[in-house]
Ligand binder design. Structure first.
Ligand SMILES: [Zn+2]
Length: 119
């Protein structure tokens, strides 16, 4: 399962960094209703609310959300950099697992999360 970092990983890393910068620019309206994007292989696969508990395994990475913080609970990657990133809770912060091509990024506002999910 051990993989070397490929060109594709570097591109993903670049895209995520760029997204982070954009996130910082839009940070003004940051304080309520935060959401986090789950990005797999460079594509956003899910947007979750930080208000709700969440735990899911994606590409060998267990992403966990509790008490408004997101962290990588477990990962099968060789370096475990993602796990050592700790917990993130602020807009624009992100955790990247390059070997598994998974990233989590916090957005300032809820965006297009459907309100109907609550209740
Ligand atoms: Zn990792």
């Amino acid at each position: 399962m051990k993989k070397l970092i490929t060109k594709k990983d570097l591109i993903l890393l670049f895209v995520v960094l760029l997204a982070g910068i954009v996130g910082i620019v839009f940070m003004n309206s940051a304080d309520e209703g935060k959401s986090a994007e789950i990005i797999v292989d460079g594509k956003t696969t899910e947007i979750i609310s930080l208000d709700e508990a969440y735990e899911k395994q994606i590409n060998g990475v267990v992403i966990c959300c509790e008490k408004g913080e997101i962290y990588i609970k477990e990962s099968n990657c060789p370096d475990k950099v993602c796990m050592r990133s700790g917990r993130i809770s602020k807009s624009g912060e992100s955790i990247i697992c390059a070997p598994n091509r998974v990233a989590v990024k916090i957005n300032g506002k809820k965006g297009n999360l459907p309100d109907a999910i609550t209740g």
